[in-house]
Design a binder for this molecule. Structure first.
Ligand code: IPM
Ligand code: MN
Length: 361
């Protein structure tokens, strides 16, 4: 039997549906070229459904999502829904329930793309952030005492389990070990000088697990220093491993130095379960329905999904096609400034794919 996959598609809110539509065009083209079958199963999770029915992620949908090969997500976030409801009820719930304990964020400058970092080239901006994705400040443990009074106290608990830290750090070592580059360098990003309990755990785990990876060189940076280096000398990084909150922040900086949210893709990974891939830019309501948003981040997320499904040939073809489009076609990666519409950019990628010689799967 040939290779075949069942992909749950959650276009979601705002510009999500527009960018996912382009991603699905590319998926149809690349699956044909690479010789695998895909069945796509649409889900209408998101703000509109919540406003109509009050449901975020019904249990029966969650159960179905546990059975697919992967999830392809557009964006979650709606201007008429109070912040937190959809994020916690859909996005974070999926990450937690499906135990997608890694948030993988490549920071890669594609050829022809403008970066705000003066004189930096694609060779110098090419690293990956491994963000812990199921613990830390994101677990939602906490509360308010004497709410609304001048004596109010608010707690938000930062959870760091040995198991959670270890599996994340181990994933990062494995990824670093398998990189093609000569560097094989893994940087732990934490704040051991202040968070002397939680980040002492991270440091001990980092050193202990590292003993099993003699070929990977270990590096450490406090988060505040690390963001300076990301701007001044991004070439010093190859793989960065960090906690959920720091990872959230530094990957938005990463998106900016790689040319913006128009190209930034990410994966929520459970290596033994169902993973979910998304453009990290959010729902951009002000651009929704205008056919001006950049779909390359969603197309990049599709590439990551296929790589994860071990369709390496197809993933490589997408990467190559995107490079061709950024280097020879787009004027800018910003919404409305690309020189093409959203659907035209999707077409350009499909066209570039068609001109590539197929790579073995
Ligand atoms: C991201 C997003 C989410 C996060 C939000 C929408 C909850 O910013 O994927 O980085 O903070 O993880
Ligand atoms: Mn974020």
């Amino acid at each position: 039997m040939g290779r075949s996959y069942r992909i749950a598609v959650v276009p979601g809110d705002g510009t999500g549906p527009e960018v996912i539509r382009e991603g699905l065009k590319v998926l149809a083209a690349v699956s044909q070229r690479a010789g695998f079958e895909v069945e796509t199963i649409p889900y209408d999770l998101g703000g509109d459904r919540y406003l109509k029915t009050g449901e975020t992620l019904p249990d029966r949908v969650l159960e179905e999502l546990k059975t697919v090969s992967a999830i392809y997500l557009g964006a979650i976030g709606h201007p008429e829904v109070k912040p937190g409801i959809l994020e916690r009820g859909i996005l974070l719930r999926l990450r937690f329930e499906l135990d997608q304990y890694i948030n993988l964020r490549p920071v890669k400058l594609y050829p022809g793309v403008w970066t705000p970092l003066k004189d930096k080239t694609p060779e110098q901006i090419d690293f990956v952030v491994v963000r812990e994705n199921t613990e830390g400040l994101y677990v939602g443990i906490g509360g308010n005492f004497k709410k609304g009074t001048p004596e109010e106290i608010a707690f938000q608990v930062d959870v760091n389990s040995r198991k959670g830290v270890e599996r994340c750090v181990r994933y990062a070592y494995e990824l670093t070990k398998d990189r093609d580059s000569g560097k094989k360098k893994l940087t732990l990003c934490a704040k051991t000088n202040v968070l002397t309990h939680a980040h002492d755990l991270w440091m001990r785990v980092f050193e202990e697990v590292g003993k099993g990876y003699p070929d990977v060189s270990q590096d450490y940076s406090h988060v505040d220093a690390l963001v300076m280096w990301m701007v001044k000398s991004p070439e010093v990084f190859e793989v960065i491993v960090t906690n959920n909150m720091f990872g959230d922040i530094i990957t938005d900086l990463g998106a900016m130095i790689q040319g913006g949210l128009g190209i930034a893709a990410g994966g929520n990974i459970n290596p033994a379960g169902v993973s979910m891939f998304e453009p990290i830019g959010g729902s951009s309501p002000k651009y929704a329905g205008k056919n001006v948003i950049n779909p390359l981040a969603a197309i990049g997320a599709l590439g990551m999904m296929l790589d994860h499904l071990r369709e390496r040939g197809a993933a490589g073809m997408i990467e190559e096609a995107v490079k061709q489009v950024t280097s020879t076609k787009l004027k800018s990666l910003a919404a409305g400034k690309m020189g093409y519409s959203t659907s035209e950019v999707g077409d350009l990628v499909v066209e570039a794919l068609g001109a590539l010689s197929p790579v073995a799967g």
